[in-house]
Ligand binder design. Structure first.
Ligand code: GLY
Length: 566
């Protein structure tokens, strides 16, 4: 059946005058499954998701279990001390989105990270106790379970407790990343958390996390209260008091996730559902797709100079809009309708020139070299009923603030850096912001997380998302156009070299090997400053194939990600 559909697709491609296909479909396939699929950043998390669904749990149950497992096996971004966003599409087509983003503590102040000269103290907003927002992940998982859960809460947390208590083997990438953070772990903590290993971590070492197991057991017994009240909350507050942080018991008790209307847009007959503010992901993604449609980017040769020039020019304008217009909708009026409106975007992109980059030199320069690696994690799930979950979660930087709550064994986020600490001053992703994203007590910081579900003819088509800080939005954009416009299969679309630009810093980032020297020269002649990067994307996604079966794509090239189905 699959071979037939590939042949049909090739025939259609050959005779179609819609556009010159420059990247014919190849036989690069991800995992295949008849009924269900899980794609996450860690094989152990994928295995747990599958097990939950085989037991009769739905995609939301699997997502909850995976979120807790990732807090054990993928500590750089998996978390209970961070936050995230989930886009859910039920088999009947109902779409809902949950915001469990962190919030600024009530004691936060607009200028709290500025020194007496008015400069942002980067270390303070990125490392240590003051860097953390009020965590939202446990409340988010609890909320998802209250609304959609089929298996018991307790059953969903069991796998994470077992992995934390009995230990799991470190992958090479995680061992290496723990070693890279050795000094930061020491600097951020008042004691030696288990992640500090003077001999260095190696692949295959066992990570036993008894304290985290005990924290997870409290959450298992007491639901959200197991985190926001009682012993775990006490440990977190003590950590704040002793470490100079400002999260209070009241902040924890008052934390609530929010159901938000999805951002909905259309692209070439496909319907896109993504995350609304306080994530910029959904709006920016729709704008990018509108720009792609307006300039016919999908008709151009994949990663040619012309395609990358137009794509970059669109991205620069979209990120400029992001910097000025987007923030927490509970605190700032966001012009959502205008930003995703076709006419607005057509006008916005109408001054893009064919041969020359538009200058943005009047605006303050962003940091070119990120201070630390962007570590977020995304997973995509489809269950046997056809329910789908796209969930992106993060501590912000790798291991967040690097503060591990003493006695409780989990890392706290450094999400305060996603606020605009001072207008025009870039955060770790080089992103700048303004009033819309200024710090205020109880406010949610702007995010780039872009969990996204795409429908084709009102049926589920693609579940996608990625980590990567500012590059999340452009990565998700590329995952969609690579499939819809460039005829790639899912795994091929994931493997494909990515590019990214974001207005400021005024740079076109390209993955190593992504373009030829001729294309580089051509882009430079058009005015683009290019920086090559090792890796810019870790998409974990599920595609519904023509026969209704599922392809799971994981970014095997750039991460430990793993997809499997049944
Ligand atoms: N912390 C990365 C983001 O939310 O965009």
């Amino acid at each position: 059946m699959k071979k037939i559909s590939v042949v049909v697709f090739l025939v259609i491609s050959l005779f179609s005058c819609y556009k010159p296909k420059t990247s014919p479909p190849q036989e690069i396939k991800g995992a295949l499954g008849e009924k269900a699929m899980v794609a996450t950043t860690h094989p152990l998390a994928t295995a747990v998701g599958l097990k939950i669904m085989k037991k009769g749990g739905n995609a939301i149950d699997a997502a909850i279990a995976i979120q807790f497992v990732l807090s054990v096996v993928y500590p750089q971004a998996g978390n209970i001390g961070g936050g995230g966003f989930a886009v859910i599409r039920l088999s009947d087509g109902e779409v809902s989105t949950l915001d469990f983003r962190e919030k600024a503590p009530e004691m936060a102040e607009k200028d709290m990270y500025l020194d007496p000269e008015g400069n942002v103290v980067k270390a303070k907003i990125r490392l240590g106790h003051l860097a953390s927002g009020v965590p939202g992940s446990v409340a988010g998982m609890w909320e998802l379970h209250q609304k959609y859960g089929q298996l018991s809460w307790s059953e969903l947390i069991n796998p994470a407790i077992k992995l934390a208590y009995n230990g799991h083997l470190l992958t090479e990438k995680i061992a290496q990343s723990l070693n890279e953070q050795h000094n930061n772990f020491q600097e951020a903590n008042r004691y030696q958390p288990w992640v500090v290993n003077e001999k260095g971590w190696n692949k295959g070492d066992t990570a036993v996390q008894k304290e985290l197991a005990s924290t997870l057991s409290f959450i298992q017994k007491n639901g959200r209260d197991g985190f926001y009240k009682g012993i775990v909350a006490d440990q977190l507050i003590k950590e704040m008091i002793l470490g100079g942080g400002i999260i209070s018991a009241k902040d924890l008790i008052n934390y609530e996730p929010v159901w938000r209307d999805p951002i909905k847009g259309f692209y070439k007959g496909y319907t896109i559902y993504s995350m609304a503010p306080p994530s910029s992901g959904g709006i920016a993604l729709i704008q990018l797709l509108k720009g792609s449609e307006y300039l016919n980017i999908g008709n151009l040769e994949f990663n040619s100079a012309e395609m990358l020039h137009y794509k970059t020019e669109v991205e620069r304008r979209v990120y400029a809009d992001r910097a000025v217009h987007l923030g927490d909708p509970d605190y700032y009026e966001i012009p959502t309708e205008a930003l995703i409106n076709r006419n607005y975007n057509n006008i916005r992109f109408s001054n893009i020139k064919k041969r020359k980059k538009t200058a943005s030199s009047k605006v303050m320069e962003g940091d070119v070299t990120p201070y630390e690696s962007p570590e977020t994690t995304h997973f995509s799930i489809v269950d046997p009923e056809g329910n789908a979950v796209a969930l992106t979660t993060t501590l912000n930087g790798s291991y967040g603030s690097r503060v591990m709550v003493k006695g409780a064994g989990f890392f706290l986020n450094n999400e305060m850096d996603d606020f605009s600490a001072k207008p025009g001053v870039p955060n770790i992703y080089g992103l700048i912001g303004s009033k819309a994203n200024a710090i205020a007590p109880g406010k949610r910081m702007l995010s780039s997380m872009t969990p996204t579900i795409v429908e084709k003819e009102s049926s589920l088509f693609l579940v996608t998302g990625s980590p990567g800080g500012a590059t999340i939005i452009t990565t998700v954009f590329q995952s969609i156009i690579n499939i819809i416009d460039f005829g790639m299969g899912l795994q091929e679309a994931i493997n494909a070299k990515k590019t990214h630009s974001q207005w400021l810093p005024d740079i076109l980032f390209i993955e190593n090997g992504g373009i030829s020297p001729e294309v580089q020269l051509d882009l430079e002649k058009r005015g683009h400053s290019i920086i090559f990067k090792e890796s810019m994307s870790k998409i974990n996604a599920v595609l519904v194939l023509e026969d209704g079966s599922l392809e799971g794509g994981a970014d095997y090239l750039r991460s430990d990600s793993y997809a499997e189905g049944f």
